[in-house]
Structures are given as structure tokens and as C-alpha cells.
Design a protein around this ligand. Structure first.
Ligand SMILES: O=C(O)CNC(=O)[C@H](CS)NC(=O)CCC(=O)C(=O)O
Length: 288
């Protein structure tokens, strides 16, 4: 490939926030941090899983979910992306998948944990519904049954950014390496992993999992995060990360709300895959 066609670099910014149960408060908190990242030169800004809500309890979540049409968070963030002239990944919003008319009649049975890619024109370029549901009993005593409230997605999603292809994932998906390999084989150079990781599992697994996904795929990993203490003493791990294809941590947001911004050079994707071509190896196994 000649220099004239080589992809140019950009700055990615990952938001770290402590979402609560109030939609408007969460929109305000995220918007302020998105402005901060754009102020530091970010061309592409990402917000965590559950940007719209961190509310405990199935009934609360279902009662607060809204359809896409006229959604206050989608409207506010689309306007902000347009104003700032940035690409924006909304890590996830809690979405009632039905029409507004259906939604007005009765609460939904289950909702979507949905990521949106928003263009600098404020339009929605891609949607991804979290595939893997966090149905886990954590040894610290917390029990999670995401699938009681959320309807899992069934499709892997990639989308075009001006600098290369983006693969979209959410939080617990990070434990399913096959999805990441599939996204990379589909041409992704960057993979978003917006999260609300528990503090307990995050301490043990977060950095290792994200660095492993980067190394295996030769992709940049962009992982905005929830942090701090939420309603009903729910604690999330923080440490929003940006990881390079060779596995280096380019930025780590630590434990408090804020933003991290890093320069992304897409040429490093080809360099990493050139040094270790494991992604293009087609394994064939017998037995087991
Ligand atoms: O906790 C909340 O209220 C919000 N969290 C979430 O919405 C989601 C689903 S419950 N959290 C995760 O997927 C954590 C995964 C994780 O922590 C791991 O894989 O270890």
C-alpha cells in the first residue's frame, strides 16, 4: 500500500463516569465529560455501558426504558456529536425495542442493552445489542441475572469509521474470545468494549482480558467504563482503558470519573499482525 492510501491517525477518548438512576443527570454527566475529551482533541469519544442508567431491579429498569424514537439521550448526544464534530460511541442505553405506540400501552417484557455509533452529523451509523448476558453469581455475594431483564442480541456488528473498521461489543462480551476473533477477521481495526464491570471481577480480570483481546486480534481496544459506587451500593471497577494491538496500555483512567485520550495510529494494526500472524492461522482440531 502506498503512503497516499495509508490510514491517518486520530485521537480516541474514553469516558469514565458514575451513572445513577436519573436519566437527565446521567446525560449531563456524560455530556460534560464528552466535551472534556473533545477539548483534549479527541475525534472519537466513547461512553460506558449503561450511560443512560444504573438502576437496580428489573421492574425499575423496565419502567424507565424508552424506545429509540424521540429518546432524550439519543437526541441530546446526537446534537452534541454534531456540535463538537466528533464520532461518538454510546456504550449502551437501555432501549425498549418496541415502537412508541406499543411502548405507551404497556411496559416491555425485556429490553435491549444497546450500543450506538453516532456520526459527526448526529445520525446513527450502527447499533449493536449486547450478545452475552451477565447471569453470574459473584463470590462477593452479588447475584446478576441480566437475561431476566434484557433480551440478548444475535448479531455481531462492524461499522466504518474514517480511520478503519470498528467492531462493537459490550462488557461481559469481553470473556468470549470467539466474538473478537470474528470481528477482527471481518476487518475490524478497533473494538469498543464499553463496560460496567464489577469491582470484584474487575480487580482480577479486567486488564488481562482487554490486553488479551488486543493481542489476539491485533486490534486497538477502546474500553470506557463505569466507576465508583452506584445505587444500592453497587460498585464498579473503573479503569477505562485504551490498549494498542501489541498489548500496551496506552491510557488507564484509574478509579475516579474523568476522561483518557490517546493517539491512535492505525498502521500499528498491520505491524502487530505482521510480527505475529496468529489471526490468519486457520486451526483444525481433532478429538476432544
Ligand atoms: O451492575 C450493574 O448494575 C450494571 N452492570 C451491567 O449492566 C452489566 C450487566 S449486569 N455488567 C456486566 O456485564 C459486568 C461484567 C463483569 O463484571 C464481568 O464479566 O466480570
Amino acid at each position: 500500500m502506498s503512503d497516499s492510501t495509508a490510514a491517518t491517525g486520530f485521537k480516541a477518548g474514553c469516558i469514565q463516569m458514575t451513572a445513577g438512576p436519573e436519566l437527565q443527570g446521567n446525560i449531563d454527566q456524560a455530556s460534560q465529560l464528552i466535551r472534556q475529551a473533545a477539548g483534549q482533541g479527541a475525534d472519537f469519544v466513547l461512553t460506558p455501558e449503561n450511560t443512560s442508567f444504573m438502576i437496580p431491579g428489573r421492574r425499575n429498569i423496565l419502567a424507565n426504558a424508552l424506545p429509540e424514537e424521540g429518546h432524550p439521550a439519543l437526541e441530546a448526544f446526537s446534537a452534541l456529536a454534531r456540535e463538537l464534530g466528533i464520532w461518538l460511541l454510546l456504550g449502551s442505553l437501555t432501549i425498549d425495542p418496541r415502537t412508541s405506540a406499543e411502548a405507551a400501552a404497556a411496559p416491555p417484557e425485556r429490553v435491549a442493552n444497546r450500543s450506538f455509533l453516532v456520526t459527526p452529523e448526529g445520525t446513527i451509523a450502527a447499533r449493536y445489542d449486547k450478545i452475552h448476558m451477565f447471569d453470574v453469581d459473584i463470590p462477593d455475594g452479588q447475584t446478576y441475572r441480566e437475561s431476566r431483564t434484557f433480551r440478548p442480541g444475535g448479531d455481531a456488528v462492524t461499522a466504518e469509521l474514517p480511520w478503519g473498521r470498528l467492531g462493537m461489543t459490550v462488557c461481559y462480551d469481553v470473556r468470549f474470545a470467539g466474538l473478537y476473533r470474528q470481528l477482527a477477521r471481518a476487518g475490524a481495526a478497533f473494538i469498543s468494549v464499553p463496560a460496567a464491570f464489577t469491582r470484584f471481577t474487575g480487580r482480577a480480570h479486567w486488564h488481562v482480558l482487554l490486553r488479551a483481546r488486543a493481542i489476539e486480534t491485533g486490534c486497538f481496544i477502546l474500553a470506557p467504563a463505569q466507576c465508583g459506587t452506584h445505587a444500592e451500593d453497587r460498585q464498579t471497577y473503573g479503569h477505562a482503558l485504551i490498549v494498542a494491538p501489541w498489548g500496551e496500555v496506552l491510557a488507564d483512567a484509574g478509579e475516579d470519573p474523568g476522561v483518557v485520550v490517546a493517539e491512535i495510529d492505525p498502521a500499528r494494526v498491520g505491524e502487530a499482525r505482521g510480527m505475529v500472524p496468529s489471526l490468519s492461522y486457520d486451526s483444525v482440531y481433532a478429538g476432544a
